[in-house]
Design a protein. Structure first.
Length: 427
C-alpha cells in the first residue's frame, strides 16, 4: 500500500492549478435608496395649502397638491391640471386633465368646482384665497356662508369648467390661479375626514400620501404616482447647525439654506449648495430727490453681491450711478420676508458701517415708507417711490439648498419648495 501513494500525488498535482484559481464571487447588486430625506425647521401647523404660510408647510403642500396653473421661473403661467384654456371678456373656460387622485378616481370638473369654493368656506376662511378669488362672481356669497358653491363657476360635462369674473380675464388672473393657496383639494375628502381629515383624507393630485406624522419629529410620505422617490421622510430639526451636521453625516439628503445662514456653512459644504431659479429679481431702488454723494467707489456692486452670497448667487452686473444722490448716509429698508434682500442690506452695512443703516420692515411698512419719502433707498422687486427714482439691478431670486450627491434631477417649485417628483436617488 505504501508503494501506491504516488498515483494520488499525480492526481493532486494535476488538479492543483484548478484549486488555486480564486472562486468567482457572486455579483452583489447595489440597490439605490428609495427614500428621500428632507429637513425642515418647524412643525407644520397645517397641511391645508389654502392656509399654509410658512416654508415648512409649503415644503410639503407643494408636493401633495397642485393648482390649475403653474408658474415658471420667469414668472409666467403654464397649464398644470388644465389641458386647454380659452378666455373672452369676463369668461374663462378650462378643460381639466383626468389626473389620478391619491384618494381614488380622477380629477373632474365637479371636483375642481368644489375645490375652488372650499377655501372660501367659513370653516376654512383662507385670507389668501379670499383675495385671489375676489374677482369671481358670487365669491362673497360663499364667504358669508350663503352657498357652498361659487355661483360664478359652472361645469359642462365631465371635463369643462367655466369661470365668470367681475373683470376682464387677463394673464394676470391666470397667474392668480397658479397661486399654491388655490391648489386643488377635493372638498369631499375634507368633509369625509372631518376634524382629522389631514391625518386620514389628505389626498390631492401630487402622487404622495401621508403615512405618519409625529409632532416635532417627522412626517413620512409614500409615493402613489409614477414619479419621485418611493418614500419621502421630512425631519424637523431644531436648528440649522444640527441639520448641517446630519447632512455631513449622510443622514439627510436636502436642506434648505437661508441666505443669512451662509456664513456658518463650511467651505467643503458650500460647494454642495445649489441655487435654483424662482420668479423675480432684486434691485436697489433709490430716491433722486436728496442731495450729496455717497462714497461707494471702494465697494463695487459685483463685490457686494459676491460677498453677500459667498459666490453661490451671481449678480446681474448692476453698476453704481456716476452720482449717488441720496446724501452722505443711506438708510436701506428691506422686506424682512425676503432673506436675499436682508442679506444684501446687512452685507453693505458691514462693508460701509458708518454710512449705511438697515431697516427691516414688513412689505406694507416698506410701501408706506417709500411712498411717503421716509426712506431714500430700499431693496425690492418693484419701484414704490412716488417721486423721481433710480434702480440698480442686483440679483435674480434664488432658492438655496444643500443637495446630496446621490440626489439627481433636483429642482424647486416657483415658491422655492423642493420638488420631490423630479428627484431621483442613485447609489
Amino acid at each position: 500500500m505504501r508503494g501506491r501513494w504516488w498515483p494520488w500525488l499525480l492526481l493532486v498535482l494535476a488538479l492543483l492549478p484548478a484549486l488555486l484559481i480564486p472562486k468567482r464571487r457572486p455579483l452583489v447588486r447595489v440597490v439605490p435608496s428609495a427614500t428621500l430625506t428632507e429637513a425642515i425647521f418647524a412643525n407644520p401647523r397645517t397641511l391645508d395649502p389654502a392656509l399654509a404660510d410658512s416654508a415648512a408647510e409649503w415644503a410639503i403642500d407643494s408636493n401633495l397638491f397642485q393648482p390649475l396653473f403653474g408658474e415658471t421661473s420667469s414668472g409666467g403661467a403654464i397649464r398644470e391640471l388644465v389641458s386647454r384654456a380659452q378666455w373672452h371678456g369676463h369668461t374663462l373656460r378650462l378643460w381639466i386633465k383626468p389626473v389620478p387622485l391619491v384618494g381614488g378616481g380622477h380629477l373632474t370638473a365637479v371636483v375642481v368646482a368644489g375645490a375652488l369654493a372650499r377655501p372660501l368656506w367659513p370653516m376654512v376662511a383662507s385670507p389668501t384665497a379670499r383675495q385671489l378669488l375676489a374677482p369671481v362672481q358670487g365669491s362673497q356669497a360663499v364667504i358669508q356662508g350663503k352657498t357652498p358653491f361659487l355661483p360664478g363657476v359652472a361645469t359642462v360635462g365631465k371635463r369643462e369648467v367655466v369661470i365668470h369674473f367681475t373683470t376682464r380675464v387677463t394673464r394676470t388672473l391666470l397667474k392668480q390661479l397658479a397661486n399654491p393657496a388655490l391648489s386643488i383639494v377635493p372638498a369631499s375628502d375634507m368633509l369625509r375626514g372631518g376634524a382629522n381629515w389631514q391625518l386620514t383624507n389628505l389626498f390631492g393630485t401630487g402622487g404622495y400620501r401621508l403615512t405618519n406624522w409625529v409632532p416635532q419629529g417627522e412626517l413620512t410620505f409614500a409615493r402613489t404616482g409614477r414619479r419621485g422617490p418611493r418614500e419621502v421622510d421630512i425631519t424637523i430639526y431644531p436648528s440649522f447647525q444640527q441639520a448641517l451636521l446630519s447632512f455631513a453625516n449622510g443622514a439627510v439628503d436636502v436642506v434648505p439654506v437661508d441666505p443669512l445662514q451662509l456664513p456658518v456653512v463650511s467651505s467643503r459644504l458650500l460647494k454642495e449648495i445649489k441655487a435654483f431659479p424662482i420668479p423675480g429679481t432684486l434691485s436697489l431702488y433709490y430716491h433722486r430727490g436728496s442731495g450729496g454723494v455717497f462714497r461707494y467707489r471702494d465697494v463695487s456692486v459685483a463685490t457686494w453681491v459676491r460677498t453677500s452670497f459667498r459666490g453661490r448667487i451671481r449678480g446681474l452686473g448692476g453698476q453704481w450711478p456716476a452720482r449717488w444722490p441720496v446724501g452722505g448716509h443711506m438708510t436701506i429698508a428691506v422686506n424682512r420676508q425676503l432673506p436675499e434682500a436682508v442679506a444684501l442690506a446687512q452685507t453693505l452695512a458691514h462693508l460701509k458701517p458708518h454710512q449705511v443703516t438697515v431697516k427691516e420692515v414688513s412689505l406694507s411698512q416698506l410701501t408706506t415708507l417709500a411712498r411717503t419719502g421716509a426712506i431714500n433707498a430700499y431693496i425690492g422687486q418693484a419701484n414704490l417711490f412716488s417721486g423721481p427714482w433710480g434702480a440698480i439691478p442686483l440679483v435674480p431670486l434664488r432658492s438655496l439648498w444643500l443637495v446630496s450627491g446621490n440626489v439627481k434631477g433636483a429642482a424647486v417649485y416657483a415658491n422655492g419648495s423642493f420638488d420631490w417628483h423630479r428627484a431621483t436617488i442613485v447609489p
